[in-house]
Design a protein around this ligand. Structure first.
Ligand code: GLA
Length: 410
């Protein structure tokens, strides 16, 4: 059930870990003193439930063993000094009263500064809010699994209030992450927020058509709660009340009875003011069907029928198709990689996270793992020089890892 939302304090024998030692040495050579403590946050992979957290629906991610490690020491000055062991990311110093986050140009240090700017409320929920300072209106999956993860299990994450429930993944398969090597910076482009706004507009238009108080309603999930019906009924409501042709700005305003000025000032985010057409039918269909797939995925994990792996694989494949065709958050590289993963022995494969680039997650029977990795390497990575150069960090199997923690040297 609901778990802690603050990182545990652990002690670590730094001299016994090569990774901690390297970080400590780099810290000392840069700042002339040892770190006071270390903090770790794991990576995450969403197994199922894409683009529905910000609509109010549960998602099903797990934390990875792979992580980010930071070494920290408080200082007497009001200057935040940031450095990265990856030389691509340059050192950065800023006075705490002069923090400026340029959302048009998201630099690595801004992610730290967003955290600093927002650190007054509870961590998991506040971290989701922190991300909004970078300009994307994400839902909170990443931050929640980072804090609430437990080694060995995925979690069903429900929102409002935030809750995490263990989901034990069936034995006999492993999850493999594969980076498409296509980058999509969701803070620098309007792709992500356009989808958030399309969901918001669909929720408002449906709410108004149903005679509800639509002004305050922001999420498709809240509309569902208000109506108190099943997800299947929500899907047929979308089919009956929305049309598949894109909605123009004029039509949206007319359906809501508002001016374009009001649309900009009280509904759309800043970086979506230029968007002129909205695919409300397709986006809402994705959200309600994907929310149902998350619940089915959990049910299969809980009940573990004999064909559990096949059922989970099918749900993952359906999720990818819906992301690709209805939500349009895939890209040719991700689609190609998913096909290759399926041909290489996966029982299910899908884009994971925001999409338009980034990674896929595939469920692979344990006894096929080696041949799967070899085939994907051959067909996707070795075929392209840039991908081949990134191959070692781009394709790996992972088990559910533990959550974020703060470490003190023993
Ligand atoms: C990004 C966001 C998450 C979630 C996913 C899509 O990772 O940060 O909150 O919306 O996209 O499922």
């Amino acid at each position: 059930m609901a778990d802690r939302a603050t990182p545990p304090q652990q002690s670590v024998q730094v001299s016994e870990s090569e990774r901690f030692m390297k970080l400590k040495d780099a810290f000392i050579s840069k700042y002339g003193l040892p770190p006071a403590f270390y903090a770790r946050a794991p990576g995450r992979v969403n197994l199922i439930g894409e683009h529905i957290d910000y609509c109010g629906y549960a998602v099903l991610p797990m934390a990875l063993e792979q992580d980010i490690l930071a070494a920290v020491t408080p200082t007497q000055t009001k200057i935040i000094q940031l450095a990265n062991t990856n030389p691509v990311y340059l050192d950065f110093n800023v006075h705490i009263n002069k923090i400026h986050i340029d959302t048009a140009k998201p630099l690595w240090q801004y992610y730290f500064l967003c955290g600093f700017k927002g650190i007054q409320v509870e961590l998991a929920e506040i971290c989701a809010k922190c991300e909004h300072y970078i300009g994307t209106e994400g839902g909170g999956m990443d931050q929640s699994i980072s804090f609430l993860a437990e080694k060995g299990t995925a979690k069903l994450i429900e929102f409002n209030p935030l809750r995490a429930t263990k989901v034990k993944l069936p034995s006999g398969a492993v999850f493999v992450i594969a980076n498409s090597c296509k980058e999509m910076n969701k803070a620098a482009t309007a792709h992500f927020n356009t989808r958030v706004m399309e969901c918001r507009l669909a929720a408002k238009i449906l709410a108004k058509a149903k005679g509800l108080e639509w002004q305050k309603l922001l999420k498709l999930g809240d509309l569902h709660t208000e109506l108190g019906v099943s997800l299947e009924t929500m899907l047929s409501t979308v089919e009956q009340m929305l049309h598949p042709e894109p909605y123009s700005r004029e039509e949206v305003c007319q359906r809501l009875g508002i001016s374009q000025g009001e649309l900009f000032s009280s509904i759309l985010s800043q970086n979506t003011h230029n968007v002129t057409s909205f695919k409300l039918y397709q986006r809402a269909k994705h959200v309600y069907s994907e929310a149902g797939r998350v619940l089915q995925f959990k049910k299969v994990c809980d009940e573990t029928p004999a064909n559990a792996l096949q059922l989970l694989g099918e749900l993952m494949n359906q999720s990818h198709v819906s992301c690709r065709d209805m939500y349009e958050c895939s890209c040719p590289e991700l689609d190609q990689l998913v096909d290759i993963c399926m041909q290489s022995g996966a029982v299910g494969s899908r884009l994971t996270g925001a999409g338009w680039g980034g990674c896929t997650v595939s469920m692979v029977p344990t006894d096929k793992l080696d041949s799967f990795l070899a085939k994907v390497q051959e067909v996707y990575y070795k075929a392209d020089a840039q991908r081949a150069a990134m191959q070692t960090q781009s394709l790996f199997a992972t088990q559910p890892g533990g959550g974020a923690a703060v470490y003190h040297e023993a």
